[in-house]
Design a protein around this ligand. Structure first.
Ligand SMILES: *[C@@H]1O[C@H](CO)[C@@H](O)[C@H](O)[C@H]1NC(C)=O
Length: 395
């Protein structure tokens, strides 16, 4: 087995965070996000494949008809998705994946996205690699089958509605969208016996950053105001700031569909953007630590352990839900379902000797109750910890 080089992981990480996004909260966007069958990141991981074959390349499909409903990308191009037809057993099993890519909280930052795959289907890759949870290679995805046989128009109107199993997943901003839209997805498929959702790396925390401010809440306030999405959260009380309604801790309370929370305790994206965001660290004391957890000093590690406790506290009430699953590893990473190395391979991250893919499979098929919570960093030798070589810039 070739060892994973730090370079490859870094490369993967950079491409991954720089990768896609959108998934949104406006009403028009619901149609959009739900129409993105099995959408994959155009910039797929370049990490070594442990399968016996190369990742499947899947062509883009542009949804021209969506324009009539006003569902378009920021630059007016039609929404798009990547769809891989299933076969045999998989024909009635659907997996929809919502991509990540953060949010834009201002007109300026949204305008900047028009030149990128985050805001324009003209900038999306025409072919996407399906890896990790999207892979049809059993060596990196023990039980997923992506599916459907008909053309996409039929799938939109009929095929999905006839699904026997439907699984909505998403990572990062797409993970948050999964929390927000999981029950909507369930409602869309009243005849489907099994509908479940998995949010990967989307459990963003409403915590103070290292300067004592709630940067993430302010950021979400910007997104909420810009998109006027308050009405999407009727349960959100009026004495809360609009951005507060976005946090999974709040959103998840109302979810009635079975959910799986896949989240690292030291999510790299959150360490950089929630815990030590730009402006919170004028002396740049966190510069090394936020890019490589092995460079954190003892004081910073203490803060990271506090961050982990905040996550465990936030999810604690969901531990009592028997039909919910969780896999909270103590790795420094983000979006673990989108790469064979973090999803499933002989050298993948494990908790109690189970990979994320095995834990999710056990939960999805009801083989056992899955509540995997890892011990504190650095206890897990199977972790893949990301190493970034430069800060990730949002815009
Ligand atoms: C861990 O799981 C692998 C298969 O995934 C198995 O071969 C191995 O024996 C297990 N190890 C332990 C300690 O249970």
């Amino acid at each position: 087995m070739p060892p994973l080089s730090a370079h490859q992981l870094r490369l993967w990480w950079r491409r991954r965070v720089a990768a896609l996004a959108v998934a949104l909260l406006a009403a028009a966007a619901l149609f959009f996000s739900l129409s993105r069958y099995a959408a994959a990141p155009p910039a797929a991981p370049k990490a070594p494949s442990y399968g016996h074959r190369l990742p499947t390349l899947v062509d883009i499909t542009l949804v021209h008809a969506a324009k009539d409903r006003g569902a378009v990308c920021l630059d007016g191009t039609p929404p798009a998705y990547h769809f891989q037809p299933g076969f045999g057993d998989g024909s009635h099993k659907w997996l929809l994946h919502l991509e990540g890519g953060s949010w834009c909280p201002s007109f300026k930052s949204c305008a900047n996205r028009k030149q990128t795959n985050l805001g324009s289907s003209a900038h999306m890759d025409s072919r996407a690699e399906f890896v990790g949870i999207l892979s049809d290679d059993p060596s990196q995805n023990p039980e997923a089958s992506v599916s459907g046989k008909q053309s996409w128009i039929e799938l939109l109107s009929k095929g999905l509605a006839r699904a026997k199993q439907a699984f909505l997943t998403g990572c990062s901003a797409g993970g948050l969208s999964t929390y927000i839209h999981c029950d909507d997805f369930r409602a869309l498929l009243p005849k489907t016996p099994i509908v479940k959702c998995l949010a990967d790396g989307g459990f963003f925390l409403d915590v103070e950053d290292i300067s004592g401010r709630r940067h993430m809440r302010s950021f979400y306030n910007g997104v909420a105001q810009l998109q006027d999405v308050r009405k999407k959260f009727p349960r959100c009380s009026s004495d809360m700031e609009p951005g507060q309604c976005f946090f999974p801790r709040e959103v998840a309370k109302a979810i009635t569909t079975p959910m799986f929370i896949l989240n690292p305790a030291y999510d790299v994206w959150q360490v950089e953007h929630v815990l030590s965001p730009a402006g919170s660290d004028p002396q740049n004391l966190w510069q090394d630590c936020r890019m490589d957890i092995t460079k954190c000093n003892s004081k910073q590690l203490e803060i990271l352990q506090g961050f982990r406790k905040e996550l465990l506290d936030a999810i604690s009430e969901f531990k009592n839900r028997r039909d919910w699953g969780m896999f909270i590893d103590s790795c420094f990473i983000h979006c673990q379902s989108m790469n064979a190395l973090t999803w499933h391979s002989p050298v993948a991250t494990r908790i109690n000797n189970k990979t994320a893919a095995e834990a999710v499979g056990d939960w999805f098929f009801g083989r056992r109750e899955v509540k995997e919570i890892d011990c504190e960093y650095p206890c897990n030798p199977t972790c893949y910890n990301a190493v970034l070589d430069r800060p990730y810039k949002e815009d």
